[in-house]
Design a protein around this ligand. Sequence first.
Ligand code: BGC
Length: 443
Amino acid sequence: MTYKFPKNFKWGSATSAHQVEGDNHNDWTVWEAQTADQRRLNAEKRRNEFSNSVLRSYPNPLQIENFISGKACDSYNRYEEDFDIAKKLNQNIHRFSIEWSRIEPEEGRFDEKEMQHYVSVVKALRERGIEPMITLWHFTNPIWFVKKGGFINLDSPKYFTRYVKYVVENLKDQVGLWITFNEATTVYSGFSYLMGVWPPQHRNIFEWRRVNKNMVAAHIAAYKEIRNIYSPADSFQEVRPRISQEVEPRGPSQMSHNVEVGIAEHGSYLNTNLIFRFLGVEKAFNYLYTNYLLRNVLPYCDFMGLNYYTHRRFFKKISQKVEIESDMGWEFYPEGIYRRLLDLKRFNRPIFITENGWPFVSDEFQLKVIKDNLFWINKAIQDGANIRGYLYWSLLDNFEWHLGYSKRFGLVEVDYKTFERRIRPSAYEYAKICKTNQLETDS
Ligand code: BGC
């Protein structure tokens, strides 16, 4: 069967600064050094959970290097090589993030040289015919900002917006797709302030609420700032063609409060399904994670970014079949992306799939992840969802936060000793889809 995608549909992949650049100096690098030993010991205790292939690779979860971002993929220096690969794979959009701690290493001191680095990164993409999509914050914070309490501080929206203003003013003519925060209220606040997994490892429901509130406020303030930079007179038409010739919607103020709504998903199995429907639990969860958030943010959001990986089910025990396909404990459930996309339809905004992928198991499975998700995305398009592009997570294997390097999400394999890149066979298959703008399946 052939499934066609709309004309001008964008195809690409995504990364984030801390996960690929190397040599950062932020709250994560400090925390990694403090906790690496302990995290390695914990992994040692769970040794039998890891597959042999993971234990054979470098660094593996039993090695300290696994837990320290260090040089990462050295993409700070090798970005041109990375973009050559993206181009070779027929990609025409690329999402990456700017590292706040590089741009503003001390409070109020903006580093012109680092800014020029990102100007060069954007230029390198444009020269290869790849549309840049920039995330302004992807989980990491400058140390001075954390000393002030990070997003607990009531002034955090002000600090964040000041940084955003500086960056956008420097890149406004080259970039048309801005994302303020990556998974701020769906992943970050929970991991960092409720579950105590990520720095600063707090478990405090009041702090969690406050961080959520401040991040939403920061998004709104940044959104207004960006709009203002592009067009104080509110005449967007004039700048649109200069920003981007191809992506619809064009223009300066594409922003997304990036929502990972996969968490609201539940199983496809009849028993859990019926119970959820009956009890209205699905509705309650969607309300918490989607409605509440988007109602607040919606007027300040020109497109939506959906990151989808998996679903969560409750009452796992009563469902017969549990298909765990990754060593992150995730269940493979591509239909979930369809359900979330249809759910987002009611907000009436163009949607990009800003992340979708899986920790590498095998090339066959990586291709299945891509194809099955695209099948459901295509179905969502047929059913009226306004989807503009698909960005696979990730272009490269990279630093998977507290779990380290042993989780490999890349279309491209990275050798962490030599930094050599090796394109996986499944990436070439994805490249065919990108080129032809259509998905071919056997049945
Ligand atoms: C994050 C990425 C991460 C990916 C895979 C997303 O939640 O934005 O930074 O690597 O999930 O876990």
